[in-house]
Ligand binder design. Structure first.
Ligand code: ZN
Ligand code: ZN
Length: 360
């Protein structure tokens, strides 16, 4: 048992508290990583606000990078001292989804209440998202780990754990996007900017960004959008269609707002598809017209974590980053210490920030 500092959530909607908690040693197939950086994601905030339920007390945080400090029995290919990325994609490797190449929707349940964390009195401390990375160290399954080049900065690398793979992966994996096609990306926040650069990398003809803010549309152009449309326009799909000359082959909804989901099919070309990435509150509902979608061959597909296979997709993204073709440094707006985490969360919630990163 190791005593580590962690940001703990005791009550939904209340500030996290920095306290000392217990982390057990890695067991069969597990790896302990001493963290150097963890980014704050909107999913962490949604969980901490109680939007998706879950048990408390809990430690959130799931976009992390650091160095392996211990390995459990049966761990292959990883050693103490390796520089690694920690993701929430815990995959059993043998269920039908994993075997079919979709580890992001692994069917083997994981109970974070029975994970490696505990309160100092021995009571349950929930390891959220199979990570619990708002902490100095994590113990995770080896399936969640990817090796990093030793010279890659951890504050930059940790972004590849979630926001980047979710956006880029939605384009190349979920939408099966082809060179020359047109994309609409609704929301130019952390995931949206990555869907935009994914579409650029995939060879999109037009990439139309749609957002409520002029400032975010300017960010979108920096990441590869060819056109920007303000979502405050009562019918923003008209300006988008004008820019493309037709509807989009793929519309990426990267925000959890229901009006964005309701409007998404309106941007589509015949045969196009909506890729659902943004995660609304559990009780939210969107409506669409099945007859239109059936008549013109349109579709909708959900995409979790960019449908990535981490050891296939993250290495090529690292290579593109090193070649200057994938922007990562530009995604970081601020760097913080763990004891400033509530301020960093407030900054992320204000909507103006790209990614806030905690450094250890
Ligand atoms: Zn995330
Ligand atoms: Zn599985």
């Amino acid at each position: 048992m190791t005593a580590i500092k962690a940001a703990v959530c005791h009550e939904f909607g209340q500030p996290l508290t920095i306290e000392t908690v217990d982390l057990r040693a890695p067991e069969m197939g597990e790896i302990e990583v001493t963290l150097e950086a963890v980014a704050i994601c909107h999913s962490d905030i949604s969980f901490a606000e109680g939007a998706w339920g879950g048990t408390l007390p809990a430690v959130y945080g799931h976009e992390a990078a650091g160095k392996i400090s211990a390995v459990g029995a049966g761990v292959r290919d990883f050693n103490v001292g390796d520089d690694v990325l920690v993701t929430l994609i815990r995959a059993c490797g043998t269920c039908p989804s994993c075997a079919g190449g979709k580890p992001t929707i692994c069917e083997t349940p994981y109970n974070g209440d029975l994970g490696p964390l505990a309160m100092p009195d021995g009571s349950t401390l929930h390891q959220a998202m199979a990570c619990g990375a708002f902490a100095e160290k994590v113990v995770v399954d080896q399936s969640q780990i990817v090796k990093l080049p030793a010279d890659m900065e951890k504050d930059v690398a940790c972004l590849l754990s979630c926001g980047v793979i979710t956006g880029v992966g939605a384009v190349v994996n979920a939408a099966n996007f082809k060179a020359g096609q047109d994309a609409v990306v609704i929301g130019a926040g952390g995931v949206g900017l990555n869907a935009i650069q994914g579409a650029r990398i995939a060879g999109a003809r037009r990439i139309v960004a749609v957002d409520m803010s002029e400032e975010k549309l300017a960010d979108a152009m920096e990441f590869g959008a060819t056109d920007g449309v303000l979502a405050t326009d009562p019918k923003p799909w008209r300006a988008a269609m004008k820019a493309m000359g037709r509807g989009a082959d793929a519309v990426f909804v990267t925000v959890g707002a229901i009006p964005a989901y309701d409007a998404a099919p309106r941007y589509l070309a015949r045969g196009g598809r909506v890729v659902m990435i943004g995660m609304p509150h559990s009780s939210d509902v969107s409506t669409y017209s099945p007859v239109v979608m059936a008549a013109v061959g349109q579709g909708m597909v959900g995409s979790k974590m960019g449908d990535v296979v981490i050891r296939r997709d993250i290495p090529w993204m690292i290579d593109l980053y090193q070649q200057g073709r994938l922007k990562l440094n530009e995604l970081i707006s601020n760097r913080w210490q763990l004891d400033q985490i509530n301020d960093a969360i407030a900054d992320t919630k204000s909507g103006s920030a790209r990614r806030n990163v905690i450094l250890f």
